[in-house]
Write a protein that binds this ligand. Structure first.
Ligand SMILES: [Zn+2]
Length: 260
């Protein structure tokens, strides 16, 4: 095992590899790969300062979600450009030098791969689950018109950092009736709990880039769908973060921070 590969294993049909920052720089671009920095468990414990920049991560993916340094909002990466949706509801484009303590990116296979119309949030996710039950990780980018948006974001933090559960207790939530825009996110299996958020985790960005946030709920009026059916998860671990016991996580804490 190369020195910059910290861990390399298969979990069912998912190839999980943990890398140092140097390993990330040398990581080859692969199809159907998700690239991530740090772990959800580290974020839950208040590790809000990462060691990699969005520019470094954008070498390996074009679309994704997460947060940025100091937990300054909800990160949305769309078509190679990064934005944060802050707790005051504003959306700001981010430069490549911005660091992140937790982000997950991929590349979408080109072309339209599906369309949906008139689905409530639960029906939408159930439809995706039924069509893509065979892959360990599903990434989705939905482009269209959405209704009943329930979004949230979190306030920027300063050291000493509180655990995420306490930050989320003061989160800002808001509702939008109808928006044209993009839904981006991932469905991870329970087997990678602790490293990632098990189940669905989606962020929204409006077409005019004025609204965005972490999705608590959203209904689909009509949307075109693109997917990455992913089999590889490469995780860059900052020096103070360990992979831990993969599959073990505080589900209550994750559900609380994800607004479930
Ligand atoms: Zn989120």
């Amino acid at each position: 095992m190369a020195k910059d590969v910290i861990d390399d294993r298969f979990i069912g049909s998912l190839h999980l590899m943990a890398l140092s920052r140097e390993g990330l720089a040398h990581d080859e671009e692969e199809e159907r790969t998700v690239i991530q920095t740090s772990t959800i468990n580290a974020l839950l414990e208040g590790a809000y300062e990462g060691d990699v920049t969005l520019g470094e991560l954008l070498q390996h993916g074009t679309d994704g979600i997460g947060t940025i340094q100091g937990l300054d909002g909800e990160l949305i990466v769309l078509h190679g450009r990064a934005y944060t949706a802050r707790a005051d509801g504003s959306v700001v484009e981010l430069g490549p030098e911005t660091k992140t303590p937790f982000a997950v990116l991929t590349r979408f296979e080109s072309g339209l791969q599906g369309e949906v119309e008139g689905l409530a949030y639960d029906e939408f996710l159930a439809t995706l689950d039924a069509r893509h039950a065979d892959v360990p990780v599903l990434a989705i980018r939905a482009t269209g018109v959405f209704t009943g948006l329930h979004l949230r974001s979190v306030e920027k933090q300063t050291p000493p950092y509180k655990p995420l559960r306490d930050v989320v207790a003061d989160q800002t939530e808001w509702h939008l009736t109808q928006e044209r825009g993009f839904l981006i996110g991932f469905r991870f299996p329970d087997s990678v709990a602790g490293v990632e958020v098990p189940g669905w985790h989606l962020h929204f960005l409006s077409e005019d880039r004025t609204h965005g946030g972490h999705v608590v709920s959203i209904d689909v009026e009509s949307a075109e769908l693109e997917f990455c059916r992913c089999h590889d998860l490469h995780v860059e671990l900052p020096p103070q973060v360990a992979l831990g016991s993969v599959g073990e996580a505080d589900r209550g804490a994750i559900n609380a921070v994800e607004g479930r």
